[in-house]
Design a protein around this ligand. Structure first.
Ligand SMILES: CCCCCCCCCC/C=C/CC(=O)SCCNC(=O)CCNC(=O)[C@H](O)C(C)(C)COP(=O)(O)OP(=O)(O)OC[C@H]1O[C@@H](n2cnc3c(N)ncnc32)[C@H](O)[C@@H]1OP(=O)(O)O
Length: 294
């Protein structure tokens, strides 16, 4: 049902094949699926919708599901553009699943960080034009998903009592964003704004995010997805090789650097998270999240 609301003419597998599109999992997805993938048969735009209630937090399985979905879409040579969206009202993605960091099993923690790095490779380095449809909160690694796209459309905060926010808030929690995420921030909003944002752990309301260039457009909530899909059509019409080469001008060195230091980055993350002080911070943060509710 959910998928049917995503776009006017979504294809099932058989229909897609007749149109030369052979994506396997879209539209047949059950609501339990962590991500839903669909293709608009009229425009050829793919939409990957994160669907992990309550907040689309990035668990190991969620990271893997996102990567699988991106790879499935990329394997269709006819598809040039992709929208990344959320099925949850009010939340794009709450960032890393903090429970993955709490009293972790070392093997799973290693796999978890590897899968998070993999999203960076797959989304930031995608051959597709990627548009983020940010109709809700996007803190920390949620912001990273948006930063990894080529264009960001966010829900406007105008008239909202509790506007959505976006940014890298790690320092506020007493933890530190990985350097490759920090550089994505610097590359997008510039050194000064990134220094302020990272140091103070700022979460920006939409109008502020637009002012500093963290997002590219604000639209009313009900228009976020359709506007993102329309933007994806525009990007999909740019000659693909030239578009990808231009994207890589800005991103290749960053991607190559993480590829070369991937294991070190994972080792560092693991020793950081398993440290006693970090575990106290993570424990306290988890408690504060559930207290907020009660
Ligand atoms: C000193 C050294 C330290 C070293 C540590 C090293 C670590 C390195 C890693 C660095 C990288 C970090 C990147 C990250 O992404 S960290 C995660 C940051 N994310 C957040 O801070 C977001 C937290 N969530 C929220 O602010 C809100 O949930 C929301 C997104 C604004 C939505 O608010 P809403 O009111 O709709 O929802 P609730 O807050 O009521 O949440 C509903 C339930 O979901 C649970 N929840 C929320 N966020 C997370 C999460 N990120 N991980 C796991 N679970 C989450 C929340 O507890 C509620 O659960 P409950 O229903 O069971 O109570």
């Amino acid at each position: 049902m959910l998928v049917a609301t995503l776009s006017k003419r979504l294809l099932r597998v058989g229909q897609a094949k007749r149109c030369g599109l052979s994506l396997r999992s879209f539209s047949d997805a059950k609501d339990k699926d962590l991500v839903l993938t669909s293709i608009d048969g009229d425009t050829g735009v793919a939409t990957i919708t994160m669907n992990q209630a309550p907040v689309n937090s990035l668990s190991l399985e969620m990271c893997q599901a996102i990567t699988t979905a991106i790879k499935e879409v990329e394997s269709q040579p006819e598809i040039q553009s992709l929208v990344l969206a959320s099925s949850l009202p009010g939340v794009f993605c709450a960032g890393l699943d903090i429970t993955e960091l709490h009293k972790p099993d070392e093997k799973r923690l290693t796999d978890f960080w590897h899968s998070f790095q993999q999203i960076y490779f797959d989304l930031y380095g995608s051959r597709l034009a990627t548009i983020a449809a940010i109709a809700g909160h996007a803190p920390a690694a949620g912001c990273m998903l948006a930063l990894s796209c080529d264009y960001r459309i966010m829900v406007s905060g105008a008239g909202s009592k509790k506007p959505s926010t976006i940014g890298l808030n790690e320092t506020k929690l007493g933890i530190v964003a990985p350097s490759w995420l920090g550089y994505q921030y610097i590359d997008t909003i510039g050194q000064r704004q990134a220094e302020l944002g990272l140091s103070l752990g700022l979460l920006h309301q939409p109008e502020q995010a637009l002012a500093i260039g963290l997002v590219d457009e604000l639209v009313p909530r009900e228009e976020v997805l359709s506007r993102a899909q329309a933007e994806a059509v525009k990007w999909g019409k740019i000659p693909a090789k030239a578009r990808l080469a231009s994207k890589m001008l800005a991103r290749k060195a960053r991607l190559d650097h993480l590829a070369a230091t991937r294991k070190e980055d994972n080792d560092f993350f693991r020793s950081f998270v398993t440290n006693e002080t970090a575990q106290k911070i993570i424990d306290g943060y988890l408690q504060s999240l559930s207290k907020k509710k009660s």
